[in-house]
Write a protein that binds this ligand. Structure first.
Ligand code: FDA
Length: 303
């Protein structure tokens, strides 16, 4: 939690931005997880990974935007990304936080930007999915309601559900009526004890149950984890034989696992983030898995 709050400390961010040596060192550490600052770098990395046989998820990094112009700029960037991916002939999943395009100001703003981007996605030649990330539990209700309204008009909009939240089983049941695109993750945010369970075998069991039910309900399911135990269980349970599931992993995390699964013929999607907010993203990855701090130091001294 302490590491996570570092990401939101504007004073530290400003200090990093004003200290060129520190900025460059941290940027080097971030390059393990972030494809670059620009859309061109994100699309180039997508092209490379697609050529290796991976499916693509891509995110323009950002969250909790409280300036309406910045929300609009983020939505415009998503459209430009969709255009560039289409021109490159790449089908892709564009992932994003609703709080990057307006949720922190007004959920109607987020909804209208999402509808605008979804309409645009329908105009490009390659198949585009728009995938909503799940944020802190204080936002779950609003995110699900924006998702439900938008998904009623566009079938290519997907939603992420967090296994660690106690409410998720009911949220999944509420989506059972029609097949959707669902990503299941363990959950990256620190939550109050009465709302979520921590990393544990109980969480892993719950994760497996959620994936199993989602697949049986006929959703297209993204098994978004780097947990080899869960992956092995998925392979043993022959989830992928249903034809509506795939693995999805973050760029730079357990790449050997993704590569092994791909070599065995399983569908694997890699989630590639890009953007000038790489500092925020690096802090999230370290907070989620503190040994990454050690890895970041090694990355810095070895370059
Ligand atoms: P777990 O955390 O138990 O880790 C299992 C193993 O994976 C570790 O032992 C380690 O080997 C490796 N590992 C995991 N994280 C690592 C890291 N950061 N660095 C290096 N190794 C690591 N969360 C959320 O709340 N909302 C969201 O919308 C999303 N979206 C999302 C999309 C995709 C495609 C993925 C893969 C993940 C997310 N997440 C997310 C993050 C998710 O909730 C979770 O925090 C991470 O996936 C880590 O959890 P694991 O399932 O990998 O298991």
């Amino acid at each position: 939690a302490a590491l996570k709050s570092i990401a939101r400390r504007e004073d530290l961010k400003t200090y990093v931005e004003r200290t060129p040596e520190l900025y460059m060192l941290l940027q080097q550490a971030a390059s393990r997880y972030v494809t670059g600052e620009t859309r061109q770098e994100g699309v180039a990395a997508s092209r490379r990974l697609a050529a290796e046989g991976y499916k693509i998820s891509i995110e323009y990094i950002g969250e909790n935007t409280t300036d309406a112009d910045e929300c609009e700029a983020a939505a415009a960037e998503m459209k430009a990304l969709i255009q560039d991916l289409g021109r490159a002939g790449l089908p892709a999943r564009v992932s994003f936080d609703l709080s990057h395009i307006g949720l922190s100001l007004d959920k109607e703003l987020a909804y209208s930007h999402l509808m605008d981007v979804a309409a645009y996605a329908g105009t490009v030649e390659t198949e585009m999915e728009l995938f909503i990330s799940m944020e802190e539990s204080s936002k779950t209700e609003e995110i699900l309601s924006v998702y439900a309204r938008a998904a009623a008009s566009y079938s290519n909009i997907g939603i992420t559900l967090q296994a660690h939240l106690n409410r998720t089983k009911q949220d999944l049941e509420a989506l059972a009526a029609s097949p959707r695109r669902i990503r299941i993750v363990k959950g990256a945010y620190q939550e109050p004890e009465d709302r979520a369970i921590p990393r544990s075998s109980a969480l892993n069991e719950r994760y497996l149950e959620l994936v199993e039910s989602a697949i049986r309900q006929g959703h297209h399911v993204s098994i978004a984890t780097h947990d080899e135990g869960i992956v092995d269980e998925g392979l043993k349970s022959r989830w992928l034989a249903y034809g509506n599931a795939e693995f999805e992993m973050l760029y730079g995390i357990r790449p050997e696992l993704g590569s092994k699964l791909k070599a065995a013929g399983h569908p694997v999607r890699i989630y590639l983030p890009y953007g000038h907010e790489w500092y925020l993203y690096l802090c999230h990855r370290i907070a989620e898995y503190p040994p990454n701090l050690y890895r970041a130091v090694i990355d810095i001294v070895s370059k």
